[in-house]
Design a protein around this ligand. Sequence first.
Ligand SMILES: CC(C)(COP(=O)(O)OP(=O)(O)OC[C@H]1O[C@@H](n2cnc3c(N)ncnc32)[C@H](O)[C@@H]1OP(=O)(O)O)[C@@H](O)C(=O)NCCC(=O)NCCS
Length: 299
Amino acid sequence: MERGHGGAGTGSPGEGEPSPETRLATPEDWPTLSALLHRAELLDCLDPRETVYAGLREARTFLAFEGGEAVGALQFQVRRRPFVHLRLLAVRHAAQAKEVVAALLAAARLPTLEAGLEAWRYMAPPGPVGEALRHQGFRLVEEVVELEKEDYDIPSRGNRAVHIRPAREADVPALAALDAAAFTPFWRNDLGAFQEYLRGGYTFLAAELKGQVVGYLVAEDHPAGFYIIRLAVDPAWQGQGVGTRLLAEAIALAKAQGTLPILLNTQRTNRQARRLYTWFGFRPSGRVLWAWTRAIAYP
Ligand SMILES: CC(C)(COP(=O)(O)OP(=O)(O)OC[C@H]1O[C@@H](n2cnc3c(N)ncnc32)[C@H](O)[C@@H]1OP(=O)(O)O)[C@@H](O)C(=O)NCCC(=O)NCCS
């Protein structure tokens, strides 16, 4: 029997699993969600409260209840299609993690599939929420390590024939193509991600060589420091000092702002990127994230 009910986007987990009731949350649920975020024994949420509240208004949040008590919440963000980012998972009682996570994923299944999305994407420090997801068929894609740099030293300016300038709207098709060539699907940016970088609040640099966009870098001012959130070079131009050129420019900008540390994330196994960052004086901060995925329509 389907125990989830309450309108659009509800569902039930696999047979044999006891399930809490689930429903789509509305802005009126803010006090309930807010209280749950305070009391949750398991919580993965890197976003500020305003962002979480926006997720209620945009019908991207599901709540799980048992005996009238809110026992779990899930919020997703449509980002990097066809992946959908699971940005918040809260579980009131750790012992119930598997059932609650299963019920919430089942509730979110229909609206995400209807929106043309294909796979979940989840990143968080290793921990029990990830293990509950593993139980629901999620696969660990990669370990991501955070690197930090505490100075503005630049060992090389890279390829001086490369012109660095702010990225603009007209670059987006070329940047998206470059990105698709440089990254596996899990890490690719969609057009929406580039639009977001252009909307402001980001340092968004394009590397141009002979009139062609061959790389880009995105950084943001984060409470923790100057965060480089993206660096990519067209595979046809890799190994020719383009990445070095972009990274050197970003460090010069951090210096002009007086912001330290300079931070970035990279896949543990990305040897080329790690060689470049190590050369530039980046060292592991000790913080790691695990990247998970699963088809929404699983199994
Ligand atoms: C990682 C990436 C951005 C590097 O850009 P790039 O233009 O290829 O890099 P550059 O040519 O400027 O420099 C990288 C080089 O620095 C070199 N380097 C490292 N230490 C050095 C030193 N002490 N002296 C001189 N060069 C050094 C490395 O040799 C590396 O080249 P190699 O791997 O061919 O040996 C690019 O390869 C890329 O886009 N990869 C795919 C996307 C990606 O992984 N992005 C990063 C995600 S965090």
